[in-house]
Ligand binder design. Structure first.
Ligand SMILES: O=C(O)[C@H](O)[C@@H](O)[C@H](O)[C@H](O)COP(=O)(O)O
Length: 266
């Protein structure tokens, strides 16, 4: 368990949040490129792809525009629904519509790792998870055997019940120690069948950021940050495992009443 605290940042609205998410992601990109000439990132579904697109495709907000080097990005999914890639529920489709399709050609194209469409047809969520884990192994464990993949950045959402990725409160998956990718067949949030990165993979990342906005999040934010009972919630477990590698990008409405947020940038 990490002994340091996560950064809890709050901004007046989603636009100002996106303005600060941009330099955070680019700093993470630049640090990764200096380490291994590629930027390995995992993204969630929900509202995250829209905010991320707003952050990355902005014109620099009055500052000199330093563009993302998308051709060096390897984008994985922190979780994905077991549906075809063109399905309304697909996180791949969401990311494609919100971000990937809008990247100007001159910024280069990222390498994106969707789930295996053939495995989806077989309706076997465990097989789908195994395939995705093999994809990760090809990228993260090509040269020697590694215990866990180390993402440069994982971008997460937080559900009103405290779930993150497709790791839900009280589920056995929270105790998974070995698998990199796990199957979830009874998600309380529809659709029920999903795959998800496991907690050890999430907390091993170099940087971990949550984006949580709107008044609908304020009760769960209080539970995660200010209550003893909230300590076992999946998002709180990421805080405990990741410590100060974790940054929360929230708006004021989402943390109304939370005891110790810092307002402004990192
Ligand atoms: O595919 C999913 O269901 C998501 O990855 C999920 O974990 C999401 O991030 C949270 O439910 C928060 O969603 P919002 O950002 O829309 O609140």
């Amino acid at each position: 368990m990490a002994s340091t605290q996560p950064n809890l940042l709050s901004f007046p609205n989603t636009n100002t949040l996106a303005e600060q998410l941009r330099p955070y992601v680019l700093a993470s990109q630049n640090a990764a490129l200096s380490r291994h000439d590629s930027f390995r990132i995992a993204v969630s579904g929900g509202s995250l792809p829209t905010v991320l697109a707003r952050a990355l495709l902005a014109d620099g907000n009055g500052t000199p525009k330093i563009p993302p080097q998308f051709s060096k990005w390897h984008i994985f999914f922190a979780d994905e629904r077991a549906v075809p890639l063109d399905h309304d529920d697909s996180n791949y489709r969401l990311l494609q519509e919100e971000l990937l399709s809008k990247i100007p050609a001159e910024l280069g194209a990222p390498t994106v790792y969707p789930i295996d469409a053939e495995a989806v047809k077989k309706d076997d969520t465990q097989e789908l998870a195994d395939h995705y884990q093999e994809d990760l192994m090809r990228v993260f464990a090509a040269k020697n055997s590694v215990k866990l993949p180390i993402f440069d950045l994982i971008l997460l959402g937080c559900g009103p019940d405290g779930h993150t990725c497709s790791l839900f409160p009280g589920h056995d998956l929270l105790r998974e120690k070995d698998a990199w990718v796990a199957a979830e067949n009874n998600s309380p949030k529809p659709p029920p069948k999903r795959i998800t990165l496991t907690l050890p993979v999430v907390t091993s990342a170099v940087h971990i950021a949550f984006v949580a906005t709107g008044a609908g999040k304020k009760d769960i934010m209080k539970a995660i940050f200010d209550s003893e009972e909230g300590r076992s919630l999946p998002s709180a477990l990421v805080n405990q495992g990741g410590g100060d590698k974790v940054s929360w990008f929230t708006d004021h409405a989402a943390i109304d009443g939370v005891a110790f947020p810092r307002r402004g940038s990192l």
